[in-house]
Write a protein that binds this ligand. Sequence first.
Ligand code: C5P
Length: 210
Amino acid sequence: MHFLITAGPTREPIDPVRYLSNRSSGKMGYAIAEAALEAGHQVTLLSGPVVISAPEGATLIRVETAKEMYDAVSECIPGCDVAVFCAAVADYRVETVAGEKIKKLADRLTLTLVKNPDILGSARSVFGFGGILVGFAAETTDLARHAVEKLERKQCDLLVANDVSRTDIAFDREVNEVTLFFRNGSQENLPLSSKREIAHTLITRIESLR
Ligand code: C5P
């Protein structure tokens, strides 16, 4: 199967030298790309700025902003069988990006933020994607409730939920612990293990949805 995987954070510019971003390292998405390749699949890896290198054999497309990621997904998704949206896309961007570096003059500075397009939420409704759709949810409270709500709202087949209130897992760590929520209502906990092991199990579960 041909996998489209989004990974890493996005960067939303404020001025030529500053940006808004988040703590995503891209490790989970890159591990999924590697596991998919090892299982014999074709992989297009659409990545925000990260310091890790892409697995050999993946087609890497680099983007910076959510808008660029949206455009790249819209272009790539028609040829794919599976879409895994692992990227920590910034929910908001600065409305007006300053053309020059903002000077430290005023005591207060207000930035107006506007909502970014929801890429995963557009997969079915805007891009018309009919393949296997996998989303992620990073939550600090009510993990299961938010995960199930997100699975339905974004019309996913599978949603991978992460408790990011825990500092021992997820962001920028080598290990993770996730719960899988399937469209048929079943769920499965993948206990604390390396992102590589989680990625391999995830690929097996995705293959069984084929
Ligand atoms: O709604 P929330 O941002 O928590 O949903 C997380 C899921 O949606 C992740 O799979 C993430 O990659 C995806 N997402 C996206 N585009 C956005 C925001 C989130 O694809 N603008």
